[in-house]
Design a protein around this ligand. Structure first.
Ligand SMILES: CC(C)(COP(=O)(O)OP(=O)(O)OC[C@H]1O[C@@H](n2cnc3c(N)ncnc32)[C@H](O)[C@@H]1OP(=O)(O)O)[C@@H](O)C(=O)NCCC(=O)NCCS
Length: 174
């Protein structure tokens, strides 16, 4: 039976990752993407590879009851023909038992605020427009090999409108 009311938001503390968070983040990412049709099965490894290569520019966790229940990674990306510092959002994961209760929103908005304040030109991602349009992401103008253009989205912090191919770092190659 469908619940009559949406589940209440889960109170979380959003903070940068600490060294001890690496394994919990790995397990969380595996759980969040497990069985998803769009999952490549490589998302947890991508987070590790980003960290190892020094490309994990911003890694935020959501902590609840002493556990890591959410995580988002931001790393440098390039947009051909466009200047400025662009960052890619993802992977992002929320504990399957706590999804649709506001944790993803807290992670995304905190991360975008941080990038904006740090002087980034914008943020891009591959994802579901139904989810990310809520944060101001738009599609059109950016392409990514083999992906429908509607799923290639960005939010620009200034007036620059990115046009061209979105290129993620080598951590995403595997
Ligand atoms: C995607 C994910 C990170 C969202 O986290 P979450 O905590 O469940 O999201 P929130 O509850 O904060 O919801 C944020 C907004 O997105 C919307 N949303 C979340 N999941 C959605 C979905 N599957 N379809 C449509 N909208 C969705 C919510 O309605 C909410 O909008 P609102 O605040 O305007 O009501 C989480 O569902 C997850 O880990 N999924 C598995 C891994 C994954 O898909 N990662 C992203 C790959 S691109």
């Amino acid at each position: 039976m469908t619940a009559p009311f949406p589940a209440p938001p889960v109170p979380v503390v959003i903070r940068p990752e600490l060294p001890a968070d690496a394994d919990p983040i790995h397990r969380l990412t595996e759980r969040a993407f497990e069985g998803r049709t769009f999952s490549s099965g490589t998302e947890a490894g991508i987070v590790r590879a980003l960290r190892k290569s020094g490309a994990l520019t911003l890694s935020l966790v959501a902590e609840h009851g002493g556990s890591v229940v959410g995580h988002v990674a931001f790393s440098p990306v390039r947009v051909s023909g466009t200047g400025g510092a662009w960052f890619g959002l993802g992977p992002i994961s929320v504990d399957p038992d706590l999804q649709r209760r506001g944790i993803g929103r807290r992670l995304v908005t905190r991360g975008l605020d941080h990038l904006r304040r740090a002087g980034a030109a914008g943020c891009a991602l591959i994802g579901d427009p139904a989810v990310y349009s809520r944060y101001g992401f738009v599609s059109g103008g950016l392409t990514y090999a083999g992906v429908h253009p509607d799923l290639v989205q960005y939010v620009a912090f200034g007036s620059a409108v990115p046009r061209g191919t979105l290129l993620f770092g080598s951590a995403f190659d595997g």
